[in-house]
Design a protein around this ligand. Structure first.
Ligand code: PRP
Ligand code: URA
Length: 212
């Protein structure tokens, strides 16, 4: 894991192929979901790369051997709705991870986040908190979410996104130098509607099949 405030940008042939599927406006919901699920696993792999371990002795059928357990409480927090698309990948690797939820949507005119729901597990202060949302655009939603988590006691926060805009990355890294960002792509810019260019459109609508 990158120790500086630079984002970790994943380079992987499967990610390049699946980002293409996700960006393509002709991709149907089922293929979109499958591509998202594959990339989410790769993002989760990198986000969890330096998890602390504790040692334990186990008995194999042949002899005793040194084994390992994950020595950290993991809390995954998706920003609703689109963040839900990244949760299962983390739970696949850490089946006992707790899951908190933050409900936010962007106001279509102001592009500012509007909070509508929160439900967080106990133990935020001791945990590695993985805040997940596929799109980091202006960074308004991520900033609000991080501030909320910090107010609730979270000290060790990682932000996982699929596609990031330079504007959002700069906002988060300036405001939260301790928050590591793991992303699969840094795109060109935001357009006048604060959508990421080239991006993939509205991630929540495309993942849940609600686009009009
Ligand atoms: C999207 C996305 C982020 C936010 C990013 O959510 O999933 O939460 O926008 O934009 P920002 O960086 O400018 O804040 P959206 O408001 O579309 O809600 P949804 O997930 O319910 O579709
Ligand atoms: N939210 C999205 O879903 N897509 C964008 O490009 C920006 C915000």
């Amino acid at each position: 894991m990158n120790n500086s405030n630079e984002p970790t940008v994943i380079q992987h042939p499967v990610v390049a192929r699946d980002l293409t599927i996700l960006r393509d406006s002709g991709t149907k919901t089922a293929d979109f979901r499958m591509a998202m699920a594959r990339i989410a696993r790769i993002l989760a792999y990198f986000a969890l790369k330096d998890l602390p371990l504790s040692e334990k002795e186990i008995q194999t059928p042949i002899t005793t051997a040194k084994g390992y357990e994950i020595d950290k409480r993991i809390i995954v927090v998706p920003i609703l709705r689109a963040g839900l698309s990244l949760v299962d990948a983390i739970i696949d690797f850490v089946p006992d991870a707790k899951v908190g939820h933050l409900g936010m949507y962007r106001d279509e005119t102001t592009h500012e986040p509007v909070d509508y729901y929160s439900n967080l597990p106990h133990g935020l202060d001791e945990a590695m908190v993985l805040l997940v949302d596929p799109m980091l655009a202006t960074g308004g939603s991520a900033k609000d979410a991080i501030e909320f988590l910090q107010k609730k006691g979270a000290k060790n926060i990682r932000f996982i996104s699929l596609i990031s805009a330079p504007e959002g990355l700069e906002r988060i890294s300036k405001n939260f130098p301790d928050v590591q960002i793991i992303t699969a792509a840094v795109d060109e810019k935001l357009n006048s509607n604060a959508y990421i260019v080239p991006g993939l459109g509205d991630a929540g609508d495309r993942y849940f099949g609600t686009e009009s």
